[in-house]
Design a protein around this ligand. Structure first.
Ligand code: SAH
Length: 354
């Protein structure tokens, strides 16, 4: 079977069947621009190509299991099942500006094991394929069509570490930017990472316009090591070099994400360490209030007073700062909360890769 998103394979199927290239272009146009309806796109093809395409092409590798709409804000969580019955999630974010963003998953689980993250507590089951990554967008757009919306911005901030699945991530990005497929503007895509230096540089080189976000969460090596085990492998010094390289290549801001945890990383010294660490790098800092998760009772989010004084220190140093509140807290769709709850409710045990 061939994935609809495998551009070369679909092209060669078309040539094998002596399909008029114009028809193939129409087929893709209907699929990618008209909310991915398989039957409507197939209707663009003459026989026998229509039946061959219907038999050989997989349009949707994921099954939509359920949808949860937030009562608090404009978030909807989509729970998908892979063909091996594993669960992943995407989150639709309806912004107050009227725009729509989609938060995508790249893995089932995550191997980064950040202490404050529910997905990190699951361990890693497997990487998603490019087709599975893209189907989250296709199906979200199908649902959004009923509201006359389409996804405008994509953030790779769902389950998983995108750079631990670099090959499929890049394959997905290629299809997102392909003019005959999604034809998205790379500036509207943000890849968020725990900080894998070499992969950050590779991504910046290959996609200079894609926005990059770094989940820093501490600029002190001992503190970062405690909350993000990845720091054992890639030190802050190494990360700083990668940041310099990334901005030199991309020539635009890098987003720095900073989760504020009481008595862990929210003191005035922590703020000054951050100022010092980021000196000379064009950044925008997003302070993220902690979304509590049951698996990490040792962490408590910083109170408003600490958050404000932390933010003040950064502002005084001239750093652009915003505080980001996650949407979807009531449907366990907020940052760091994805899927764990469903797995617990179903008491499904996730196979853990060796
Ligand atoms: N692996 C990528 C993307 C995943 S999560 C990364 O780490 O960047 C997106 C953001 O949510 C990251 O900044 C992550 O650190 C943050 N996050 C994880 N758990 C959280 C929690 N419980 N509360 C708030 N933010 C959390």
């Amino acid at each position: 079977m061939i994935s609809i998103h495998d551009v070369c394979a679909v092209d060669s199927l078309g040539s094998r069947l002596k399909l008029d290239p114009y028809r193939l272009r129409q087929f893709r146009k209907v699929f990618y621009r008209k909310q991915g309806d398989a039957s409507r796109s197939l209707a663009e093809l003459p026989e026998p190509a229509r039946s061959e395409f219907a038999d050989q092409i997989v349009f949707h590798p994921l099954r939509l299991e359920s949808r949860h709409d937030s009562q608090l804000d404009g978030a909807s969580k989509l729970l998908f099942r892979t063909s091996q019955e594993l669960l992943i999630e995407s989150v639709i974010l309806r912004m107050t500006t009227g725009r729509t963003a989609l938060c995508l998953s790249t893995q089932v689980g995550c191997a980064a094991h950040c202490g404050f993250c529910a997905t990190g507590k699951m361990g890693i089951a497997r990487n998603l394929s490019a087709a599975e990554i893209l189907d989250q967008l296709v199906q979200a757009n199908q649902l959004l069509a009923a509201e006359n919306r389409t996804v405008r911005n994509l953030v790779f901030m769902g389950m998983g570490e995108p750079f631990h699945n670099e090959e499929q991530l890049f394959a997905a990005l290629d299809v997102l930017f392909d003019v005959s497929c999604f034809n998205l503007n790379p500036k509207r895509i943000m890849v968020s990472t725990v900080g894998i230096p070499a992969a950050m540089v590779r991504c910046a080189t290959r996609y200079p316009d894609v926005r990059m976000a770094l989940s820093l969460h501490s600029a002190r090596q001992d503190v970062r090591r405690r909350i993000m085990p990845i720091s054992e492998r890639h030190s802050l010094a190494e990360l700083r070099e990668a940041l310099e390289e990334v901005v030199a290549i991309q020539q635009h801001l890098v987003m720095i994400e900073y989760l504020l945890l009481e008595n862990v990383n929210d003191s005035p010294e922590d703020a000054l360490a951050l100022v010092d660490y980021l000196r000379g790098i064009p950044v925008h800092i997003n302070l993220i209030p902690y979304n509590p998760i049951a698996e990490a009772p040792e962490f408590v989010g910083s109170d408003r007073k600490h958050r404000e004084s932390f933010s003040q220190t950064l502002k005084q140093a001239g750093l652009p700062v915003t505080t980001r509140y996650s949407l979807g807290a009531d449907i366990a769709a907020a940052c760091g909360q994805l899927v764990r709850q469903e797995h617990r409710q179903r008491s499904a045990r996730l196979p853990v890769a060796p």
